[in-house]
Design a protein around this ligand. Sequence first.
Ligand SMILES: Cc1cc2nc3c(=O)[nH]c(=O)nc-3n(C[C@H](O)[C@H](O)[C@H](O)COP(=O)(O)OP(=O)(O)OC[C@H]3O[C@@H](n4cnc5c(N)ncnc54)[C@H](O)[C@@H]3O)c2cc1C
Length: 404
Amino acid sequence: MAPSSVPAPFAEPLLPQLDPEFNQYYTEKHHKVRAYVRNFVETELLPNAQEWETKGEVPDYVRQKYCDAGFAIVHPVVDEEDAGGVTPIAGIPHNDWDVWCGVIVGDELNRMGWCGVSWGLNGGNGIGCPPISRFGTKEQRRRWLPKVARGELRFCLGITEPDGGSDVANLRTTAERRGDKYIVNGAKKWITNGIWADYCTTAVRTGGPSHGGISLLVIPLKAPGVTTRRMENQGVHASGSTYITFEDVEVPLDHLLGKENQGFPLIMSNFNPERLSLATAALRLSRVCVQDAYEYACDRETFGKKLIEHEAIRQKFATFGLLIEPAHAFLEQLCYIIEQSRVTGKEVNVGGMTALLKVMSTRCLEKVCREAQQIMGGAGYAKSGRGARIEQISRDPCCAARSS
Ligand SMILES: Cc1cc2nc3c(=O)[nH]c(=O)nc-3n(C[C@H](O)[C@H](O)[C@H](O)COP(=O)(O)OP(=O)(O)OC[C@H]3O[C@@H](n4cnc5c(N)ncnc54)[C@H](O)[C@@H]3O)c2cc1C
């Protein structure tokens, strides 16, 4: 699909982003990051994204280009060597990389509209590696992160189990310490990128019940006793959703992240960035729906005039603005607070507000996508043609599994 040409109302943020007099969130560096990612998406990903989503896999040479372009560098970069010698995105030095840069990367990748493709490229690393950079020892960071940045190793994150996902404190996969190894038994479900990953950053029970008995262990997925099976889901086909079983899998002790039985806060540390990233994706995907529906409404004629000239259709577009723009302003306000906390080192409790933002943004997408599908008529229900992105978005997790 070609990049969009006709500017649609609310397809871009309404508040000024580029004028520093009115918006002090974004600086020159952020504009550079945005331009860099947009160019990569438009030239390397968008032209074939639909084909990869249908096939269920992004070709490895594309993933390698993506890594070479700096997208697999794990943030926060604690020291230069962890980035594996890969040039950072838009050449921004690691110590200048801030919360806004990460949000802009997510925003621009989702402009593609095919989120299975971006999940397929880096979904596992994106959630499986930050605990290593935040809580791993220097030796652990050096062992894994440079290779991840260069595209030589892939990770996934294993929290959810067949018997439960939301209730993380009650997970059942066990890791029993025997001599110089842990012996792992259990199963993990819906693990993004699991079929392609070399390692799974896994939540395991090493102690008693509840959250005080949980540890985070990096399990080699090529080890004897590990089996992986692809799962077929409603959407994000190219993300490689996987069911993993562990049967007496031997894991060296130095694969433990942080301290034994103190893994729960490490797991939770992932949740706020994940919520922010889902909210960013949901708002951009909402704008993609607006764009495609608007272009269609400007072309399609019914009862002697363009769809866009019918008042009922115009009202739908006004409602899109009402849903998207306030949520976007809330996202920017939260980013500002999170960035201030990062810069000053002062802790700030944004968990509840970030969860609200996620709910607000995914509900926004759910409504925008449904109404955009209505505007497209039958075309919004077809897997090819002008409504294909909207049809896909309606099945992808930001829209369809909004409570998870
Ligand atoms: C596409 C996709 C990719 C995923 N990738 C990963 C991954 O890479 N790694 C990973 O570990 N997991 C992954 N997951 C799993 C995801 O994190 C879980 O699905 C999620 O945490 C919910 O867990 P569950 O499905 O077991 O639902 P459950 O915990 O069984 O909950 C079922 C429903 O009840 C609701 N619910 C639960 N508790 C309450 C309550 N107290 N009050 C009211 N409602 C409640 C939930 O919101 C949900 O709607 C992925 C899931 C999907 C769909």
